[in-house]
Design a binder for this molecule. Structure first.
Ligand code: GLU
Length: 225
């Protein structure tokens, strides 16, 4: 289990995400990546190995986005290769997810998605999550329920997290909701930081302390069902 960071606010997200990932380096990792929403699209940069490799790529490829998620991975399912590094996207490139921990029932979820025509770009347990969230959003759309919820993205994530078994933390980003980050956890650590018109999330408090001291630990998803 390694590190997650997320940022939404007036500052440029990528620098903040990288700084947060550096503070989580002590947890150990084999690859790293960030995703932002920029010009109506998900933008993703990933690199195998040290954060330095990711930083080198970001020098030429980063976006000035104000929302993003980042991850340092300690592989549990799928080799430590770039295509398995997080963030993972759904097959329509609309939903991005970083995840720590393990989705124990990912095999059956993967089979279910495959039978619905879903294809996968990695060998991770994680990739079922953005695909399930995209489908949950499509369900809300097709049943005319989108307007019933303040945040359809939170509702879709809640429905999906309720189906996941294991210990994990996730942060979700979606091109259709470019002003929202959704976070959830089940046993794995995840904290939320509150700044001036900005929010942070991370696997551990030290990643946020240079920005805010107003930090709370997210409740376990199961205690909210
Ligand atoms: N199970 C996920 C993977 O293998 C996340 C591992 C982690 O916590 O870094 O990609």
């Amino acid at each position: 289990m390694c590190g997650i960071v997320g940022y939404i606010g007036p500052q440029e997200a990528t620098g903040i995400l990288l700084e947060g990932l550096r503070k989580l380096e002590y947890r150990g990792y084999d690859s790293a990546g960030v995703a932002t929403v920029w010009e109506g699209k998900l933008n993703r940069i990933r690199a195998k190995g040290k954060l330095f490799n990711l930083e080198a790529k970001l020098e030429t490829q980063k976006t000035p986005a104000h929302i993003g998620i980042g991850h340092t991975r300690w592989a549990t399912h799928g080799k430590p290769e770039e295509h398995n590094a997080h963030p993972h996207f759904d097959m329509t490139d609309r939903v991005a997810v970083v995840q720590n921990g393990i989705v124990e029932n990912y095999r059956e979820l993967r089979e279910e998605l495959r039978s619905l025509g879903c294809t996968f770009a990695s060998e991770t347990d994680t990739e079922v999550i953005p695909n399930l969230i995209e489908r949950a959003l499509a369900d809300l759309r097709s049943t005319g329920e989108l307007d019933k919820f303040d945040s359809p993205l939170s509702e879709a994530t809640r429905r999906v997290v309720n189906r996941l078994e294991g210990g994990f933390a996730v942060v979700v980003l979606c091109v259709d909701y470019p002003d929202e980050l959704v976070a959830a956890r089940q046993q794995a650590p995840l904290v939320i930081g509150f700044g001036q018109g900005e929010f942070f999330c991370a696997s551990d408090t030290p990643a946020l302390l240079s920005h805010t001291r107003a930090v709370l630990t997210l409740e376990n998803a199961s205690s909210r069902r």
